[in-house]
Design a protein around this ligand. Structure first.
Ligand code: PMP
Length: 436
């Protein structure tokens, strides 16, 4: 595969175009834990694509399942009919949650899953005669995709800025990240659980009868791997239960093994009423998202008087290729004991992350499950420039890392081996020592 003649017409997010054009990073193939770029270089994937390839690239069983389905049933309409794989997948997903969730709503992305979960929350309350519950509460530095709902509940003011008010009636809990008190903590920080009580303050401000749901990422990924303080999520759960507010965990990143457990809710032992997922759901192959709901949420509006039934369904909801990919992904999780493998790597991973302590520019290391955040000191007046410099050097040196602001985020495929961890952190250490 050669370079395209022009790099002009496709809009690239987060890219200084001039810089990109000078040294375009174009990926042309992937296998296992490696990418190959247009110049034939092999690149170790330290980010599982975009947090989405737990079982490794081009996993043969998943590839075969998608190939077979595209030749058998390339498309099935969403409405008034179905296809067996969509139902088989729903059963399998419910089993994957140990049947703590009763229903699943298919979407094509994480953003759509978030918007769908918000709609379900409204439908649930309306069906129960509590139509006044229309407000949502997100969290500062939460990322929930690029749909209108997701940007509104998301806690990144810059993402909302161009649009003004989107969804009215949204408040944001403060984030719990505290560099002074929590830097270099392995796992869950001790400080900050009390910030969950801000939810009580917001509830008192508006009255519980106006609030539909709280949505948080259990571990905020895209804004720099922000790990909740010990007990924080449990306190949110208690307060939501007390006031009849639905709790939604956005598990688009944390679902499907990232924490070495099926979901982050298993890891933290806190059950939300809904979970939004995507990414690892199909091992990154075919776009798909899913909203998991407790049965009581689904049953409320399905049993309600006519007119309240939720309208949900995209043309591609439960697409046969996505269902085939997801079924095969779940089989690979079982057969290859992916979670056991991830658990076996956990300590080695944490030690490798903490081996960077004391290197130049490193002001915090955060690590939980198979995910890590490495926060670098900003260059004054040039936020993000240092981490971007690290990204470029790493790519040139054959490892893929992700940067978000001044933070390097790592989330390897769960099938990494110790030798891959050694390579990743060996190269990273060298790069950090050489950085301006
Ligand atoms: N929620 C979270 C927590 C995410 O990390 C993302 C994507 N990074 C999304 C939602 C949006 O997912 P998508 O990009 O598939 O729309």
């Amino acid at each position: 595969t050669s370079r395209p003649e022009s790099l002009a017409a496709f809009w690239m997010p987060f890219t200084n175009n001039r810089d990109f054009k000078a040294s375009p990073r174009l990926l042309v193939s992937a296998s296992g834990v490696h990418y190959r770029d247009v110049d034939g270089n092999q690149i170790l994937d330290g980010t599982a694509g975009l947090w989405c390839v737990p079982c490794g690239h081009a996993q043969p069983k998943i590839v075969a399942a998608v190939r077979e389905m595209v030749g058998q049933l390339d498309f099935a309409p969403t409405f008034q009919m179905g296809h067996p794989a969509a139902f088989a997948l729903a059963e399998k997903l419910m089993a994957y949650t140990n049947h703590r969730y009763g229903h699943v709503f298919y979407t094509n992305s994480g953003s759509e899953a978030v918007d769908t979960a918000l709609k379900i929350a409204l439908a649930y309350h309306k069906a129960r005669g509590e139509a006044s519950r229309t407000r949502f509460i997100g969290r500062e530095r939460g990322y929930h995709g690029v749909g209108f709902g997701g940007i509104s509940v998301g806690g990144i003011a810059a993402n909302r800025k161009p649009y003004g008010t989107l969804l009215p009636g949204v408040d944001h809990l403060p984030h719990t990240h505290n560099l002074e008190k929590n830097a270099f903590t392995r796992g869950e920080p001790e400080y900050g659980a009390h910030l969950a009580d801000e939810l009580e303050r917001i509830v008192a401000l508006h009255d519980a009868s106006t609030i539909a749901a709280v949505i948080v990422e259990p571990v905020a990924g895209s804004t720099g791997v922000l790990i909740p303080p010990k007990g924080y999520l449990k306190r949110l759960r208690e307060i939501c239960t007390k006031h009849g507010i639905l709790l939604i965990f956005d598990e688009v990143i944390t679902g499907f093994g990232r924490m070495t457990t099926p979901f982050a809710s298993d890891y933290f032992d806190v059950e939300p009423d809904m979970m939004t997922t995507a990414k690892g759901l199909t091992n990154g192959t075919v776009p798909m998202g899913a909203v998991f709901t407790k049965s009581f949420v689904h049953d409320a509006f399905m049993d309600a008087p006519a007119g309240i039934e939720l309208f949900h369904g995209y043309t591609y909801s439960g697409h046969p290729l996505a269902c085939a990919a997801s079924l095969a992904t779940l089989e690979v999780f079982e057969e290859e004991k992916i979670l056991d493998h991830a658990q076996g790597l956990q300590e080695y991973w944490v030690d490798a992350v903490f081996s960077l302590k004391g290197l130049p520019h490193v002001i915090d290391l955060r690590c939980i499950g198979l995910i890590a955040g490495i926060e670098l000191a900003s260059i004054p007046g040039k936020p993000g420039a240092r981490a971007y410099g690290a990204f470029k050097k790493a790519f040139a040196d054959g490892v893929l890392i992700r940067v978000t602001g001044d933070i390097i985020a790592l989330s390897p495929p769960l099938v990494f081996e110790k030798a891959h961890i050694d390579e990743l952190f060996g190269k990273l250490a060298k790069i950090l020592k050489e950085l301006d």
